[in-house]
Design a protein around this ligand. Structure first.
Ligand code: MRU
Length: 364
């Protein structure tokens, strides 16, 4: 996607051997890029969310492994780097998926061959993610087109968190259908949940949609149910961090409440995600998907731009109050209208996913 007319991906190899990223902790107030030069740089960037979003976490981990192998290509170095990266964030399964893709290529090679192979494989995963997200967008656009065909007005789509190009390498998952519908001339307007506590909606989704010229309005996280009751939401599309094999979907905290409200109001609720987000080993997502607990400071403090123009952090809670910060929740399959994948729209069920991805589904 373009920023100020310049095309960007969220991650790229630099000519000096480092890996470039957009520092997402500075958006939307400052567009700054950073160079990752070491394994520790990559792990730190994932941990503090300079890069975030399930597919981008995976590709960053792949490049992180390539940077690690350049410093130590031994078997021990490879395994220990993979362990360090795997421990950075627990919920998005794309991280483990990407590391596994890398390890399968690198383990059989002699150490001297590993560096070139690691950078090549990381670049391949990045390119594949772009194409996968483009396809997700094409399938999602067909849903938007169909609903738009029933109305002679702008379609209102609600999304939560940021599952746009900033969360992937390009295009996005949940936002890719919206970009493609907008580009095709279908009149769409997006309700953007602010997504407390880190405000990925207000800061990142609004930034992206604005840069692409897509009409949108930021709403408080608590507003979605009210808008649905009043007929102001035609469709919800969100991203996903881990989909259990039976169709339960983990996404940013607050997604579940939106899905409940959507069910109560007959609003279709879709998750958009690639194969790399599906965890075929888990059956009951509510019980089994690990939920990341983040620092309560993300809740007790907020960062924004002051009228002076300075970026400032302020405390919003009473001094001394404790805070709890589970970063994801799980929406049970029964609340999900469908899963928009790169292979088409699948029912949120074991059978539906197995027929969309027959070569991956387990029989157990
Ligand atoms: O904590 P984050 O910002 O990494 O969480 C991101 C989300 O929950 C996204 O909606 C999800 O990863 C889907 S990304 C295409």
């Amino acid at each position: 996607m373009k920023i100020g007319g310049t095309p960007y991906r969220t991650i790229w190899p630099e000519s000096d051997g480092a890996v470039g990223i957009i520092d997402q902790t500075r958006l939307p107030h400052a567009f700054e890029t950073l160079k990752l030069a070491t394994l520790e740089d990559a792990a730190h960037a994932i941990r503090i969310m300079q890069v975030r979003g399930a597919p981008l976490i995976g590709v960053t981990a792949a490049y992180g492994l390539a940077l690690a192998v350049r410093a130590d290509a031994s078997d021990g170095g490879l395994e220990s780097a993979a362990k360090t990266l795997a421990a950075t964030r627990p919920t998005a399964v794309n991280l483990a998926w990407a590391l596994n893709e890398m390890l399968q290529i690198l383990r059989p090679l002699a150490p001297a061959e590993r560096v070139a192979a690691a950078f090549a494989k990381a670049a391949e995963l990045a390119d594949d993610d772009v194409e996968t997200c483009r396809r997700i967008g094409a399938h999602g656009k067909a849903i938007i087109e169909e609903i738009a065909g029933k109305h002679d007005r702008t379609l209102n789509i609600l999304t939560h968190c940021n599952a746009g190009w900033l969360a992937c390498v390009d295009w996005g998952t949940a936002l890719s259908p919206i970009y493609q519908a907008h580009d095709a001339g279908i009149p769409v307007h997006v309700w953007v949940d602010e997504t407390r506590p880190r405000n990925q909606g207000a800061a990142l989704t609004a930034f992206e949609l604005g840069a692409h010229g897509v009409p949108h309005t930021v709403i408080a996280d608590n507003a979605g149910g009210h808008l649905m009751q009043h007929g102001d939401v035609d469709l919800c599309i969100v991203g996903c961090d881990r989909l259990a094999a039976a169709g339960d979907a983990a996404n940013k905290i607050g997604t579940y409440l939106k899905a409940l409200a959507a069910k109560d109001n007959g609003v279709p609720f879709y998750f958009a995600l690639p194969l790399s987000t599906i965890d075929w080993t888990l059956s009951d997502g509510v019980r089994d998907i690990p939920i990341e607990e983040r620092d309560a400071r993300e809740l007790t403090h907020m960062t924004g731009r002051a009228e002076s123009g300075d970026i400032v952090t302020v405390q919003v809670t009473a001094p001394g109050s404790a805070g709890a910060n589970p970063a994801f929740d799980v929406t049970p399959a029964r609340l999900i209208t469908g899963i928009i994948t790169e292979r088409g729209v699948s029912p949120a069920s074991r059978e539906g996913l197995a027929s969309t991805y027959p070569e991956y589904a387990r029989t157990a």
